[in-house]
Each structure stands twice: as structure tokens, then as C-alpha cells.
Write a protein that binds this ligand. Structure first.
Ligand SMILES: [Zn+2]
Length: 409
């Protein structure tokens, strides 16, 4: 299985990355056999090559940005002996590929922030790391999954690093769209655009990779409109299904205002539960590791002077929990948008297949009892709720306001 196999519906991107990995491999091999080794080839050593030092991956949520970047990182570290026989790097099996994919390769640093933002200090640490020679003799790869979350000063630190890359450093930057990236950073990267993968391709992958039954896989892929991670979660995770049920109860419980507000409360609760379970284990493990590192005996007191470090950890965990709650709620609101899109499809008599086949009855009922203009206003209300949450409005308040607006329709 090659490293590209999990990249669904992105043939063009795979072609480009595979070509870059081939050139990168040739470059490393040449440098290793040449007398000058690492001293000679600077950044200009790659000119005219399919390989370069900075890459920007953009694409809609769920298109597999991080998957693409990680596959590329693995291909850059591939040490399969088949390469010498004309095989392409990125075998998926060798030590280089494998450790890069599971996240333990010494020369692949993945920054998967679950904080609300990434600060300059973190970024500076990364830049410092990239000055080191790769321990495996190939590439020092830094993968930043969400550069739209960089603070302004962090972005400036990154800009300097991307402007003057160390000879063996590769920056892989991911963002939802190029608008989320400083133009000065963007212009120094080779830009790859991922598309929303086709529903069939997502369903195929769920069946092939995750062993999910075909009808469940197809339903999950269709419901989530080609969002790979959400499709997989919906097909495999009961919590995701609970949250979805809670959100789809909203449009059908609009009879009286009390009912609508209760539905709002349930939605916020479901998202909160979902988020809590998502971070609980990580938090507990982190706290335990930190206590051990600080020299606390099990269940015992912490040594003097370490309270600040623990406070800092708590602070980061809190920020992560907030982020998880927001993300979960946002996913629920995306489900709601998809529901009203289906209603609109029905109202306009379009032949497009609806996404929410499992709640077809509710879609039909609402489509026939309301007008398209109302549906559009309701979609706008959902969007406004997402914006409010992004602006830090208390989630319950935002969702209640939305429920009232949906009802007024
Ligand atoms: Zn390999």
C-alpha cells in the first residue's frame, strides 16, 4: 500500500507530490554520493526541480489536507530499497514511511494545534529545529496543520523561515483557503489545491479501509457530502450519531417556543458531551506525564515551585476544551445547513439527490409546508449562529437565538 492510498479523489495532487518526492529522493541520493555532501546544495540546488522547500495545501474541510501533507512527509522519508530499482518513493512499508505516517519519525514534526491559536514562541521553537541536520540524512519536515491559527507575530516568524529555508528543510503548511494565509507566505510556497472528494470515492474508502458495511458507508458519505473524517465518524461512532439526531430534531420541533429552546439546549449539551469525551483521555494522560516529569509521587504532592507549570498546562487544556466544544457545535450546525439545503433542493424541484436520505420524511414535510425564501432565511440564521460562536458568543445564547429565528422562519 503506497502512502498516497488514503488520499481520496485527489489524483492531480498525488501526481505532483509523487513527482516532487522522486526529485527530492534523487537530490538526497546525489548529495550523499557527492564529495561535497550537504555543504554545496543550497535552496538553489532544487531549482528546476519538482521539489521545493515550502508547500501550501489548501482545500475545504474534510478534503484531507493533513492526510496529503503527511503522505508527502512519508514519501520524503522513504528508504525502501525498491527506489534504486526505479520504484517511486512512498512505499508505505519501509521504516521511513511507516514512522512518518504514525508520527514517530525523528525528522517529521507535526504541529496539530488544538489550541485556539499558535503563538510566536511555538513557531520560533520549530524554526530552531529546522536548523538542525535531519538525523536520518534526508529531510527535516515540519507540518503545520492549521496555519490560519497562527497569531500575527507567529506568522511573521514563519515568514522569515520560509524565505530562507535551511537546505534540508521542508515546510508543509495547511489552511482552509489561501485567503487564510499571509500573501507574503503564500507567494513563497508551491500551492496545492485539494477538492471535495466525490461521495462514491469516500464510501469506497470507508468500505476498503475501515471495513464498514457498504450501505452504512454510502449513507455516511452522502450525509456528510464528501467530508472524509465526518463520514468515518458518523459510520463508526455512536456519539456522532447522537449529536446528529439532536441537531436534526431542531427543524422538526418548532411548534412552540418552549420546545424550540429545549431543542437548542439539547444540541449544546450533545456537543459539550461529544467534546468532553474527545479531550478527556488526552488531558488525563498529559497531566499524569507532567506530574511524573515534575517528580511528583503517584497521587502525592508536587515539588515546590512547580505550580506555575501545572497552571500553564491547565490553561492549555482549557483552551483545547473550548476549541473542541466549538468544533463539535460547528459540525452540528453544518449538519443543519445540509438539512435545509435538502429542503431547498426539494422546494426548487431540482433533480439533485438529497444528502439526508435517512430523514427524508422530515425534509419532504418541511419542503411542502414552507416556501424557498423561508428556507434561505433559515440557512442564513444557521450561518449567523456559526459566526456568533466564532466571535465568542456563549454557545447556548447563539443557538437559542438561532432556534428563535428558525421558528420565525
Ligand atoms: Zn517507504
Amino acid at each position: 500500500m503506497a502512502v498516497w492510498d488514503d488520499l481520496v479523489g485527489q489524483d492531480r495532487v498525488v501526481e505532483q507530490l509523487a513527482a516532487a518526492a522522486r526529485d527530492a529522493d534523487a537530490y538526497v541520493t546525489a548529495a550523499a554520493s557527492g564529495e561535497d555532501g550537504d555543504r554545496a546544495p543550497g535552496p538553489s540546488g532544487l531549482s528546476g526541480s519538482a521539489m521545493t522547500h515550502a508547500w501550501l495545501f489548501t482545500g475545504p474541510p474534510g478534503s484531507g489536507l493533513a492526510t496529503a501533507a503527511r503522505a508527502f512527509a512519508a514519501a520524503l522519508q522513504c528508504v525502501s530499497p525498491d527506489r534504486a530499482l526505479g520504484g517511486a518513493p512512498g512505499c508505505g512499508f519501509c521504516d521511513g514511511c511507516h514512522t512518518a505516517l504514525i508520527g514517530t519519525h525523528a525528522d517529521v514534526e507535526v504541529v496539530r494545534t488544538n489550541q485556539l491559536s499558535i503563538g510566536a514562541d511555538v513557531t520560533r521553537d520549530l524554526v530552531r529545529r529546522t536548523q538542525l541536520s535531519p538525523s536520518g540524512g534526508r529531510w527535516q519536515v515540519v507540518l503545520l496543520e492549521e496555519i490560519d491559527r497562527l497569531t500575527e507575530s507567529a506568522a511573521n516568524v514563519l515568514l522569515k523561515a520560509v524565505e530562507e529555508p535551511a537546505p534540508r528543510t521542508v515546510w508543509l503548511l495547511c489552511a482552509p483557503s489561501s485567503d487564510d494565509v499571509l500573501p507574503t507566505i503564500r507567494s513563497r510556497c508551491r500551492h496545492l489545491v485539494l477538492r471535495t472528494p466525490p461521495v462514491d470515492a469516500v464510501a469506497d474508502m470507508l468500505i476498503r479501509r475501515d471495513g464498514i458495511e457498504s450501505d452504512v458507508a454510502v449513507a455516511a458519505a452522502r450525509t456528510t457530502q464528501g467530508h472524509i473524517d465526518r463520514a468515518r465518524r458518523l459510520a463508526t461512532d455512536a456519539r456522532a450519531r447522537t449529536r446528529r439526531a439532536a441537531v436534526l430534531a431542531l427543524p422538526t420541533r418548532m411548534e412552540d417556543i418552549g420546545d424550540a429552546l429545549r431543542a437548542a439546549q439539547q444540541l449544546v449539551d450533545a456537543a459539550g458531551e461529544d467534546a468532553k469525551e474527545a479531550v478527556e483521555d488526552v488531558d488525563a494522560r498529559e497531566t499524569e506525564e507532567m506530574r511524573a516529569a515534575l517528580g511528583a509521587s503517584e497521587g502525592g504532592r508536587l515539588p515546590r515551585g512547580t505550580a506555575g507549570v501545572m497552571k500553564d498546562l491547565e490553561h492549555r487544556q482549557k483552551s483545547r476544551a473550548t476549541r473542541a466544544r466549538r468544533d463539535s457545535l460547528d459540525l452540528a450546525l453544518l449538519d443543519l445547513t445540509a438539512f435545509y439545503r435538502d429542503v431547498l433542493v426539494r422546494q426548487l424541484g431540482s433533480q439533485v439527490m438529497i444528502a439526508n436520505e435517512d430523514v427524508r420524511d422530515a425534509v419532504e414535510r418541511i419542503a411542502s409546508s414552507t416556501r424557498p425564501e423561508q428556507t434561505l432565511r433559515r440557512m442564513e440564521a444557521v450561518l449567523e449562529c456559526r459566526r456568533a460562536i466564532e466571535r465568542n458568543v456563549a454557545p447556548l445564547l447563539a443557538v437559542e437565538a438561532m432556534a428563535v429565528a428558525l421558528r420565525a422562519g
